[in-house]
Design a protein around this ligand. Structure first.
Ligand SMILES: [Zn+2]
Length: 234
């Protein structure tokens, strides 16, 4: 009986050891837990030879700080810059290369050209900056989307934070973005979120579209005492 117990214990230990080895990446990682991708790269949304890390690597090295991180089966990429309310860049590729990402299913007021910037475009850019800049994000596709990139070559993705927050949703919820009519599984839900933000007059829904008190261009007739062209109104 004792022998059987011992044999079982040894077998269990062996199985544990073997499964631990099998779960690890096939290629060795360096002392920081990072390495270049050699196989199954596509499955992990990595490029061939792309340097990436497994789990948390907190090292003061630029290379490692911008390298994608794999947690579980998901790859998180660091946000490198914010372009406007619905576009950002992430580190993607070899040697600090970046890729532009257009947030799927949303549309924020245009920020450029500067002289024609739409109402609330600055706030939308600031909000995306607050939510996502420098964060590690998961770039998720929609199963209905037809194109991987838009006509400007930007990746069309949902941007998901580590705590599972959808940045795309947050932008609509706060009144920083409208729902963009697109072929996605979220299109109806996003429209609903937009309507909720409208009802609560959040963000642009409270700030934009209403005539400003001191904006004479909205008024058909000048008020008394106001200058109108070269004439003074008495
Ligand atoms: Zn790896």
């Amino acid at each position: 009986m004792k022998q059987v117990v011992a044999a079982t214990a040894i077998t269990a230990t062996l199985i544990l050891l073997l499964s631990a080895i099998a779960a690890a990446s096939p290629e060795k990682t360096d002392k920081f837990g990072c390495h270049k991708c050699t196989r199954n790269c596509e499955r992990y949304d990595l490029l061939k030879n792309e340097y990436h890390c497994h789990g948390t690597a907190n090292v003061q090295s630029q290379n490692i700080q911008i390298a994608p991180r794999i947690y579980g089966n998901s790859t998180y990429r660091r946000v490198a810059s914010i372009i406007d309310g619905d576009t950002l860049t992430v580190y993607y590729g070899i040697g600090g290369k970046k890729a532009k990402v257009r947030l799927l299913g949303i549309d924020t007021p245009e920020a450029s050209p500067k002289e024609k910037a739409e109402c609330f475009s600055t706030q939308a850019t600031q909000q995306l900056n607050k939510l996502a800049f420098n964060m590690f994000v998961l770039l998720k596709k929609d199963k209905l989307q037809r194109d991987d990139k838009d006509k400007y070559g930007r990746l069309l993705r949902y941007v998901i934070l580590f705590d599972n927050t959808s940045v795309n949703e947050e932008m609509i919820k706060g009144g920083y973005a409208k729902a963009y009519p697109s072929l996605t599984t979220t299109v109806e839900q996003y429209k609903k979120l937009e309507n909720e933000a409208k009802e609560k007059k959040l963000g642009m829904w409270g700030e934009c579209g209403k005539a400003k008190k001191n904006d004479t261009s909205q008024r058909l007739f000048p008020l008394k005492g106001e200058r109108y062209g070269s004439h003074n109104i008495n």
